[in-house]
Design a protein around this ligand. Sequence first.
Ligand code: COI
Length: 361
Amino acid sequence: MSVEFVVHPSDHPLAAAERAAILAAPGFGKHFTDHMATATWTPDTGWRDRRVSALAPFSLHPSAAVLHYAQEIFEGLKAYRHADGGVWLFRPEMNARRFARSARRLAMPELDEESFVRGVEALVRADEAWVPDGGSEHSLYLRPFMFAAEAFLGVRPAEEFVFSVIASPAGPYFAAGVAGVTLWISAEYTRAAPGGTGAAKCGGNYAGSLAAQREAREHGCDQVLYLDSADRNKLEESGTMNLCLITATGELITPGLGTILDGVTRDSVLALAPDHNLTPVERPVTRAELSEGCRTGAITEVFATGTAAVITPITAFRSPTDDFTVGDGAPGKTTLTLREHILDIQYGRTQDTRGWLHRVL
Ligand code: COI
């Protein structure tokens, strides 16, 4: 069985001048490239009709299962342009494996790792002109996703799925970027419970996060920080990012896996920590440990990780009961060094000693 995506080039690509104007200031998730990758699945055929074709709307029956029961998963990864013009992905196999885990949790068919990576590669090749110049630290954000397309209203796993990849040139996820962002510690909303879908990257988790995100905005914060659903005492993750703390004793602490997303950037930061004289530690962190640690100086820096957000300094927290800053309220030095380290690897400015980069072009 071939896992190749057959390319049918678009007959109406955007004019080069319009593309250049978008690439000069892409924002995040606002503009899309000329093509998309797709494949379809039914129990009888398995995955078939792998193709790259012109970006176009899907045609869905109003009863399509995804519209009612949210049987949908997605991923996020980026293509980086290196100084020599080459285009690379960062650890795409990690995304492929998490996609398969998410599919299992949502009772969806798994897409094999090779097809996932080939689909992403084929789209990047078709839309190479959309990969921004690496000097700007812009990238091409890739969004693989899968949804239940079968038309029926019974509640059971669907029997028809679409896999797709779309691409969007990307600048910083947060306007404040490396200047640092503020998190709202929600007392009202939680994100996930043991046995639930917290570790899966499914659209439903993000739909449930929007009210909390709005609450955070209403309190002047950029994002929400969730506490665990059992006793609302332990830190979980931020709406779109994993959380990391740096201590005065040289530990890089992040909440352990289970109900949070197994982030690729989180995993990479844990691996890079020893290069920065930090001991990586995965363990529960209480809300009191965070606030007291920030007040006493036992916690010196806090940052969040994610593909879209890269490494984003957290400079302050707000909650219904107290507000506190991290350090002197400025982005942490080690945070910025770690951020530079990971970007240097992604943009090919330093040696990739761990074999994390995957060449496309
Ligand atoms: C990512 O960082 O790639 C994400 O998926 C987070 C968000 C943009 C939904």
